[in-house]
Design a protein around this ligand. Structure first.
Ligand code: BG6
Length: 512
């Protein structure tokens, strides 16, 4: 069957920055180019894009950070990252095409004169490649360096070009954008001093995941879902993002963040927006982002009493994952022995608009859960208590649409069907669709969009701040009341209090 390709994302763009051609030459500068994110994610993603012709013909990558590397040293670093983390295996032919695009400038983020070195290198590349001064600065750096890096770029003559200039400068920042509402506003304010909003790309890598992007297509390219996507037919929604990993090597960051900031404020709220948004007026970046913002602004603000009843925090203890004994959070390296940081959150919230009035959304995420599983489950209302559902027990199970973000991306719909033979017996069966093609990594999708200047899958300033504003009440209540997290054993689905919270509504968490 012929596939249909339509300009689903970024069409009729109103949010694109200058230089919207797919193949405009440009140079991507990674500040923090020799760090973990570059090694594990960015360089492997760029390599995969190169393999499939997803990079402009005139393209260069410049790593900029304190390590004393030259171009060859950086190429070795990149090759190692690609060998270990790339989706597609490294081939010599692929590598030989990719490697010459890699360069390195050794410099300190805080040292203005190092940015002059960077500028010299960029001028050289622009001249060789004819890249017309199109630059993308990827801030793969801790948030406290954002301001100084932006200022130093500007002072070195690498800031935004004048409006009439026929070239572009873009900046990319990673989450976390701040650790609360005030700090998020401050970071955004600092960025806005140097870069306009159409040139600022805030990454939430969940938006680059195939299934997450597919949510809009599922809802708005099929007729069957949208009419029933309302409180008339939907009983409740569950979003689960479970990880089997612990805090790993990120203690320094994580112990100050915790699951609410790390996962809920960003990834989970973005997924929630895709599920709950109204059809946007077009697929233009700002039309899509306006609809998402409406969802966040419609989230019912928590009262302190709601936080106590509806927001459960947990912290993992020693336990077993796949038969292996693992440490508790407090015994992890570099974690404060009396840390009260949560590694698990489960919460209930409401979206107070016409479509979702009265429908609870249950969100849950945690580290050291039994397995890695991210899913959105839409629970439909039960059929009326007549015909096949007229007996007092057992009642017919509701239809559930499960959208699997990872692993084994796909979706399944549970329906009630007749078991073959007589007497008549009914049972739930699953209609399953598994995404069989190897999906690109989220960073491949996002880097490609960044290079062509499409902001649809990037977070806008107002949305980030609205998400923080909603979360802030929870943070405030927790900090005032010094609410200790409930313990849960590693390898379990979180503290029993989370099950009790949803159980009080006569519902239960999905079992995977
Ligand atoms: C990051 C969080 O943003 O997402 C991590 O900081 C988390 O704590 C990670 O482990 C999960 O991403 P993924 O793509 O593996 O689900």
């Amino acid at each position: 069957m012929a596939g249909l390709i339509s300009p689903v994302r970024g069409a009729a763009s109103s949010g694109k920055s200058a230089g919207q051609g797919k193949n405009d030459p440009c140079t991507l500068v990674i500040l923090g180019g020799a760090g973990d994110l570059s090694h594990k994610k960015l360089l492997p993603a760029l390599y995969n894009l190169a393999l499939e012709g997803g990079l402009p013909p005139q393209f260069a990558i410049v790593g900029f950070s304190i390590e004393s590397l030259d171009d060859d040293g950086y190429r070795k670093f990149a090759r190692d990252g690609i060998e270990r983390f790339s989706r597609r295996r490294l081939t010599e032919a692929g590598w030989n095409n990719f490697a010459p695009q890699l360069h390195f400038v050794s410099g300190s983020f805080t040292e203005p004169k190092d940015y002059l070195k960077l500028k010299e290198q960029l001028d050289r590349i622009d001249q060789q490649n004819g890249s017309s001064g199109n630059h993308i600065f990827y801030f793969a750096i801790p948030p406290n360096f954002i301001e100084v890096c932006a200022r130093n770029l500007q002072e070195a003559g690498l800031g935004m070009p004048a409006a009439a200039a026929n070239r572009f400068t873009r900046v990319v920042v990673e989450k976390p954008i701040g650790h609360d509402l005030a700090s998020a506003r401050e970071i955004n304010q600092q960025l806005a001093r140097y870069f306009d909003e159409n040139s600022t790309f805030r990454i939430d890598h969940y938006l680059g995941k195939e299934t997450v992007e597919n949510l809009m297509v599922l809802r708005f390219a099929n007729l069957i879902f949208e009419p029933i996507w309302t409180s008339h037919y939907i009983d409740h929604v569950q979003i689960t993002v479970a990880e089997d990993e612990g805090v790993g090597t990120r203690a320094a960051y994580y112990d100050h963040a915790g699951a609410l900031r790390d996962m809920v404020q960003s990834h989970i709220l973005q997924v929630l927006c895709m599920i709950a948004m109204e059809p946007p007026r077009s697929t233009a970046p700002d039309a899509v982002r306006d609809s998402k913002l409406d969802v966040i602004r419609s989230l019912r603000p928590f009262e302190p009493v709601d936080v106590e009843r509806w927001v459960i925090r947990g912290q993992y203890q020693e336990g077993l994952i796949a038969g292996e004994k693992v440490k508790g959070y407090l015994a992890e390296e570099h974690i404060a022995p009396d840390s009260m940081t949560e590694t698990f959150v489960a919460l209930k919230c409401y979206i107070d608009n016409w479509r979702w009035a009265g429908v609870p959304f249950y969100l849950r995420t945690g580290k050291r859960m039994p397995k890695r599983a991210s899913e959105i489950a839409i629970f439909f209302k039960r059929v009326p208590r007549v015909l096949y559902n007229s007996r007092p027990t057992p009642t017919l199970a509701p239809n559930v649409l499960s959208i699997r973000i990872q692993p084994d991306e796909g979706l399944s719909l549970t329906i009630i069907s007749k078991l073959p033979g007589s007497p008549l017996r009914l049972a739930p069966v699953k209609v399953d669709f598994q995404n069989s093609t190897a999906s690109p990594e989220a960073y491949e999708t996002l880097l490609r969009d960044l290079i062509i200047g499409d902001q649809t899958l990037f977070m806008r300033r107002d949305t980030v701040e609205a998400a923080w504003a909603w979360i802030q009440t929870v943070l405030d209540v927790w900090s005032v009341a010094a609410v200790a997290p409930y313990p849960y054993a590693a390898g379990s689905w979180g503290p029993t209090e989370a099950a009790v919270m949803i159980g009080k509504d006569g519902r239960a968490w999905r079992i995977f």
